[in-house]
Structure formats: structure tokens, C-alpha cells
Design a protein around this ligand. Sequence first.
Ligand SMILES: [Zn+2]
Ligand SMILES: [Zn+2]
Length: 372
Amino acid sequence: MRARHLSTYGVSVKAAVCREFAAPLVIEDVELANPGPGEVQISLRASAVCHSDITYADGGWGGQIPAVYGHEAAGIVTEVGAGVTRVVAGAPVVVTLVRSCGTCANCARQLSVSCEASFALDAQTPLRDAHGNALLQGMRTGAFAEAVVVHESQIVGLPPGVPFDSAALLACGVITGFGAVTRTAHMPRGSTVAVVGCGGVGLNAVQAASLEGAEQVIAIDTSAAKGDAAISFGATHAINAMTTEPVEAVRDLTCGRGVDFVFVTVGAKSAFDQSYAMLAKGGAVVLVGMPANGALTSFDPGELANNSQRLLGSKMGAANIAVDIQRLVSLYQQGKIKLDELISGKFALADINEAMDGVRRGEALRNVIVFP
Ligand SMILES: [Zn+2]
Ligand SMILES: [Zn+2]
């Protein structure tokens, strides 16, 4: 990992640095490079803790350290690099990890989350520590810090008056849960749905399925509290997987038929293993949650073919961030979707390890780091 040239460093900011996997993050003063061409510097107001941050920090996906994680953020643009046309300094924005060129083969077919282009920020991190050593910009964002420098394609403007802590959630958890239903599954109205896992992503799959006219939305989690939350987000049934066998329960609730769509929003291997057994003929399993490296599951290909069933992967809800975030903000402003209710706790950056532990224990929907 290479750091940018010395002369390009602009500001010193506090950041939570991962120096060792599965150890607490360390709050340090780090240096953030000035935005280069096409790049934007944002002073963050809120940065949410996602399960992906935890998997990285615990070493589940490997990768380079030292690193600054955090990729679900919102704040105010403070400086723009040469050639930036989408925003000006002072604009409130959501900051995402989706960095896209708009013209490669995947961007051209509306799959910007799988953009094939490479960017200056991919080759040179904008972060270095107090000793001048490069720090990885985790998940292309590095948002466990007071400020970030990202490519302008990674931001979406916010209308005035949307709270930053709620807006931050749009950057990953909300678009992932919604997009799995609307973009990956193209769920028809009247479908029956099971959502496995009712955290920040799962609850959004629940509210998307409900909003898009699912006839039955069965929420499954090992926490009774998250099951209750799912009901308030529009689920018709909640199954506590600690006390009830979920496959049998889904079959019972659907007269033995199974559901048209199963959305697996957690990274637990057992969830993938069970998902296929809940599926109706002609249905699809949508794989959204991402397990640690090395997890495998199996299915019977003959049965899959004979039943016309599908397995669909969904990265970041296959989102088109500009379109999807603007639509979600509009739905939030009309009171048609819940965002504020997804926030379990607000923490100062200095208390980030406490915020992460709450997510590890499965207690939190979303814990958010807020900046003064
Ligand atoms: Zn995330
Ligand atoms: Zn592209």
C-alpha cells in the first residue's frame, strides 16, 4: 500500500485505526491527503457501524493493516478537487463505498457496484499515520474518522433537514436491504417472503418487501427483540430461531408451500444452509449477507433445476446509489420508510469499541458514531 506524496497532505484528523485483527481499534491523529482530481473531502457528522466493519476488524476477510474502516457515513463537503462537478463545498452528502466510473461494461449495464475501473485512490491511500506510514482506506471510505477523501462518484447530495445520523444508514444497510428486494429479486407484488436476520440490512429487506406489496413477510432472527422490530417494520410474522425450527415454521405458515423469496441477510453459515429448504417451487434465494472467508454451503442441483429455483447474489443491493438514495430520502420525508428507528445507540469516536461490541453481541440494529 502506497501513501500519497508528502506535499499532498492537508489536514490532521482523529481516526480509529485497526493495528491488530480482533483487538480494539486505537484512536490516533492521522493525516488526510487533500482531494485530488475528481475527489472530494467531507467533514463527517455521522458514521454507522456495519457488520462488514466488524468482519474486517476481526480478520475474517484478511486484507492489509493498519487500516481505518467505516463505510456508512454522512457529512458536509469541505473541499473539492480539480474537475469536480457534482458538488460544491458546504453541501450535505451521504458517503458510500461504491466508487464507479459510469462508463465501463458493468457501469453501462447499471451495475455500478461492480465497476471495473481503477482510480487514483485505489493505488494510493489518502491516509497516513503520525509517523508517515500508510494506512489502508478500508472499504474505499475510511469513515471511522473525522473526515474522508473519496471519489465524487461515492457521494450523493442530501436535501436540507435530513438528520445526518439517519442519512448515514442509507449508504450501506438501507440500500442493500432495499436493493435486494427491488433490484436483485425484482419481487412481484403478492409474493411471499422470508427474511433471515433482522439487523440493519434485514429490517430494510422487511420494509422494502412490505412497501412493495408482499403478501407475507416472515422475519427470522435469534433475537426476540429483533423479531419485534421486524414486526414494526412491516413483517407479518416473526420467528425466533432460538426456540422454533425456522424451516418447519416457514412451511407451516405457507401451507407447506415455502416462500417465493428467501433473503439471507446475515453471514452465518447455518442461515445459508437452511435457506433453500424454505423455498417454494419457482422461488429464489437471494444471498445478501457475507460470511467470513472459507464458508461453504451445498444444494442439490437436480432439485434446483427441476423446481425452477434460482440462487441470486446481491452486492450492496445492486444499487444505483444516486437514484436509490434519492428515492429513499423522498420515502423517508413522506414518512413511508423508517430510518431513525434503525439507530440503537449513538457514540463518540472515542467510544467506538463499545459501539462495535454491541454489534458483535447481536444487540444493536445500527450503532452510529456521531461527530460534534
Ligand atoms: Zn456495510
Ligand atoms: Zn465503471
